[in-house]
Ligand binder design. Structure first.
Ligand code: BG6
Length: 489
């Protein structure tokens, strides 16, 4: 495949004064500029409802850039070059007339990238406005998550967009796909023949995927309490990781080859019947506790909270993929807010050798593990069994890592933020790292049946202390299968 190049464009950023744009998108664009990746005639147009002087909004954006870009990466000359690309337009996203002004600003730009950092409820109106202003043909649209809160509402959003934009100009973001280490899963699996021969139910006993966060809900009660951890994290980030781990080798690296394989995994996920939910899924909600020596409030004591809420801030579940490769291999997924450390990690547990010849008390040591650390301290380690050294040790076994720590080994100055990669790929027109409509919908379908099931059962989430690894039931979930979570603490 010939590498795609970054096309000059006008980037129309809807929701330019919101948290995502100020904290993530403008800093990511600045970094692209700093790396020399933005063509000279790339323009950035911030769009928001706030009226007043554009200059004061641009000053606010500049102020946030200075706050969110690391000091050592703030280069005054780059900053000035970047700010010179920026413009601001106040508009009502639902008012069609306002799009004429946008068309004026876009001028003759051959390509427009319209990034929707707004609630999904206005995506349809924005698309209609862009089309009415005659901009649709040269525009790629970028949709932030969450796209809906269930299958029905996500279809409504997708359909509203599809009325004006074909799938090949629709880019749905799951920012985990922009993380370097997540892309490394593809390299690890398909550039190393070593693993592929082992990557199935004959050799793998089970897989763990953990995405733990120390943060709580960070003032996002309004959104989070309607969503909960299953919709916020499992439906997208964890299922995407699961797909990348479980999918069959694609025939090439094209967006559709990869996405076709991911969809097959989502389709093969076994539903969990309500009567089995008690054994296969744990919902938790944090209560006050301490993280890294700091006392933090419980979920129900967060600012603006509804003290009756039974929204989950933690989910652990046991999923199964019904296909030839994975039959009988449980995938244990776990994610929560207010965990003891920030950690995204996948652990592949290989089966023990078929015939055991060592001392019986060492048996539980046996079994290789491949630990893929996505963040922080990105790296890969393969736990292998060796013999302890020394004349007195006999055939005493020990497990040790073959280790690859990305930042130490490659001495890379910085790991780019996911949004840098994603913005770059949209400007190249590469959909590889974006989620296709059917992926989102199959993911919702699977999550919806879990949510329906637990609503039918009606059990409240189990409390866990902030700073712990979740409710005890999460340990029970995996130990019922004679296993435990791999916590490399
Ligand atoms: C977002 C969720 O998609 O991902 C947040 O809405 C979560 O609740 C965040 O905190 C985690 O992202 P990261 O990159 O910090 O792991």
């Amino acid at each position: 495949m010939t590498p795609l190049s970054v096309e000059p464009c006008t980037l129309a950023l809807f929701g330019a004064l919101g948290d995502l744009a100020l904290r993530k998108l403008f800093p990511a664009l600045y970094q692209l500029d700093r790396a020399g990746l933005l063509p000279a005639d790339t323009r950035i147009l911030g769009l928001a409802r706030d009226g007043g002087e554009p200059a004061s909004h641009l000053a606010l954006i500049a102020e946030h850039l200075r706050r969110h870009v690391a000091e050592r990466e703030l280069e005054e000359s780059v900053l000035q070059r970047f700010l010179a690309r920026l413009d601001y337009l106040s508009m009502e996203f639902g008012r069609r007339e306002d799009y004429a002004a946008l068309a004026d600003k876009a001028g003759q730009a051959e390509r427009i990238v319209a990034f929707f950092a707004t609630p999904a409820s206005v995506y349809g109106a924005i698309c209609a406005g862009l089309a009415e202003a005659g901009l649709a043909e040269r525009t790629r649209v970028v949709l932030e998550k969450p796209i809906g809160h269930d299958l029905g509402s996500s279809r409504e959003v997708n359909d509203a967009v599809a009325r004006f934009f074909p799938e090949d100009r629709t880019y749905r973001i799951d920012h985990y796909l922009g993380k370097d280490t997540v892309q490394n899963l593809i390299a690890l699996r398909f550039a190393n023949s070593l693993f592929e021969t082992q990557w199935n139910q004959n050799h793998i006993s089970h897989v763990e995927i953990t995405v733990a966060e120390t943060v709580g809900i960070e003032g996002r009660w309004g959104y989070f309490d309607q969503a909960g951890q299953l919709r916020d994290m499992i439906q997208n980030h964890l299922l995407q990781l699961l797909c990348l781990i479980a999918m069959d080798p694609p025939s090439d690296l094209s967006a559709d080859s990869i996405r076709d394989e991911k969809v097959k995994v989502l389709k093969a996920l076994a539903p969990i019947a309500p009567e089995h939910l008690g054994q296969q899924l744990v919902r938790g909600q944090y209560v006050a506790g301490s993280i890294l020596g700091r006392q933090v409030p419980g979920y129900l004591e967060e600012e603006n909270s509804n003290t009756q809420s039974d929204t989950e801030t933690f989910v652990a579940l046991r999923a199964e993929i019904c296909n030839w490769r994975w039959a009988g291999v449980p995938f244990y997924l776990r994610t929560g807010k207010r965990m003891p450390q920030k950690l995204s990690q996948i652990v592949i547990h290989f089966k023990a050798p078929p015939h055991y010849i060592f001392a019986p008390e060492q048996r539980q040591l046996i079994g290789n593990k491949l630990i893929i650390r996505l963040q922080p301290q990105e790296g890969i380690s393969l736990l292998v069994m060796t013999k302890d050294q020394g004349l007195d040790k006999g055939m005493q076994l020990r497990s040790g890592p073959l280790q690859l720590n990305f930042s130490e080994t490659y001495k890379s100055p910085r790991i780019p933020d996911a949004y840098e990669r994603l913005l770059l790929e949209v400007m190249k027109g590469n959909q590889n790292l974006f989620v296709r409509k059917d992926e989102i919908e199959y993911a919702w379908k699977w999550c919806d049946q879990l949510i329906d099931g637990w609503q039918r059962v009606g059990a409240p989430p189990k409390p866990y202390a902030a700073g712990s690894w979740g409710p005890a039931a999460s340990i029970a979930l995996i130990s019922r299968d004679g296993r435990s979570w791999y916590d490399d603490l």
